[in-house]
Design a protein around this ligand. Structure first.
Ligand code: IPE
Ligand code: IPE
Ligand code: MG
Length: 248
């Protein structure tokens, strides 16, 4: 259920979240409701992602982080669903290699991409090269991503640097850990949106979301259109953020 059922207020353009994170959930149920195979839901979800990225860029959002495939999805979904998701990613990347410069969007991947196929890794490397020339909104796609895995990798990197004498244990602070995470160059999400009816993180951005505002809705991701995005941002704009301090 949405946290608010008020009609979308006109957005305050001076208070647009800098960083919006989205759990793109509900594709399978969207397809089932229409008597379609789950892959039709994933395909519709990828179109929704495309439109959402364009809209957020227009609104002036600087960072968009999307949860596309979790470490648990990789482990637990049937192999054919994994193949379908990887096929969709491949088609998306081939298209985005052409369109990124046109839209001036920077794209990068968070997660264990080293476990993806060599073909996908080559496309990701190509995308990285093109993205370096773009200056617009940054889109971070979480693929084979786990929040625990991200923290674990950073902890391991710190341990290795300690063992190599590059840093002493007493010098380890939040910055030292964060500088070894995917989010090292990205401000934390201001707003985290989860469509699809579940009210949980499912191992998404565990470190980054310490002070994010959460917005949950039953709307399934493929149906998450412009009105839904505006409703989510309007709800964010009604929140009071204190970060542990006091309201004036
Ligand atoms: C989210 O949709 C996208 C992925 C995890 C790939 P789901 O596949 O989880 O769809 P539901 O939750 O079963 O409807
Ligand atoms: C979270 O959705 C992961 C993505 C949307 C990529 P899931 O469908 O995997 O989450 P659970 O299993 O309902 O927690
Ligand atoms: Mg799901």
């Amino acid at each position: 259920m949405s946290l608010s059922n008020k009609a979308p207020a006109p957005l305050d353009m001076d208070n647009i979240p800098r960083h919006i994170a989205i759990v793109m959930d509900g594709n399978g149920r969207w397809a089932r409701k229409r008597g379609l195979p789950r892959k039709a839901g994933h395909s519709a979800g990828s179109e929704t992602f495309h439109r959402a990225a364009e809209l957020l860029a227009e609104l002036g959002v600087e960072h968009m982080t999307v949860y596309a495939w979790s470490t648990e999805n990789e482990e637990k979904r049937p192999p054919e669903e994994t193949r379908e998701i990887m096929g969709l990613l491949e088609r998306y990347l081939k298209k985005s290699v052409r369109e990124l410069t046109e839209n001036n969007i920077q794209l990068d991947f968070w997660g264990n991409t080293a476990a993806l196929s060599p073909k996908l890794q080559a496309l990701i490397a190509q995308t990285d090269e093109i993205s370096k020339r773009c200056t617009g909104m940054q889109v971070h796609i979480c693929m084979n991503y786990g929040g625990r895995d991200e923290i674990l990798r950073a902890a391991r990197a710190l341990a290795q640097d300690c063992a190599a004498g590059l840093i002493r244990p007493e010098q380890i602070d939040e910055k030292a850990l964060e500088s070894r995470m995917y989010c090292r160059r990205t401000p934390p999400p201001d707003l985290l949106i989860r469509p699809g009816g579940e009210q949980r993180l499912s191992n998404f951005l565990l470190w980054e979301c310490a002070y994010s505002e959460f917005y949950f809705t039953d709307v399934l991701w493929p149906d998450f259109d412009e009105e839904q995005i505006r409703l989510a941002i309007a709800a964010f704009q009604r929140r009071t953020r204190r970060f542990g301090g006091l309201t004036e």
